[in-house]
Design a protein around this ligand. Structure first.
Ligand code: SF4
Ligand code: SF4
Length: 134
């Protein structure tokens, strides 16, 4: 089975080889959807875990025993396409290029896989078209 979870690492755990340990000790594959990890800061990973249900639960327990927060609901950016006026203001603050204006249509495009959910775009929108799901 598969589970999408958000892992939150305390500063001291940022350098742990998590995906290696999950694969080796629990036979659980961790596909990283999004990473926000900087030296000496709290790190966040959104990962899709896949493996046997019992081993998945053991892997999650192991993560929690190592002070890694495991949230099964991942925070996502939502764009209200009916409210968006395609002004492009949000694209100027997005650090990853997840938000851009299409070169032909000049419509806003959102590449979710590039979004690190930093939320800098939310206050930049003049019509409050950007929010989070949680
Ligand atoms: S949350 Fe951050 S990375 Fe994601 S679209 Fe907004 S500004 Fe870009
Ligand atoms: S700032 Fe708001 S209205 Fe402008 S393009 Fe971005 S989401 Fe659309």
């Amino acid at each position: 089975m598969k589970k999408r979870v958000t892992l939150t690492f305390p500063k001291r755990s940022v350098h742990q080889p998590i995906t290696y340990r999950l694969a080796k000790d629990f036979n659980v594959a961790a596909n990283i959807i999004r990473a926000q990890v900087a030296p000496n800061q709290i790190g966040k990973l959104v990962v899709e875990l896949s493996g046997d249900i019992d081993q998945l639960e053991d892997a999650i327990l192991w993560l929690q025993e190592h002070d890694i927060g495991v949230s099964q609901a991942s925070r996502e950016i939502m764009i209200d396409e009916l409210s968006c006026v395609h002004c492009g203001l949000c694209t100027g603050v997005c650090p990853t290029g997840a938000l851009s204006l299409h070169p032909d249509s000049f419509k806003l495009t959102f590449a979710r896989s590039r979004c690190i959910v930093c939320e800098q775009c939310i206050p930049s929108c003049p019509v409050q078209a950007i929010s989070t799901n949680l």
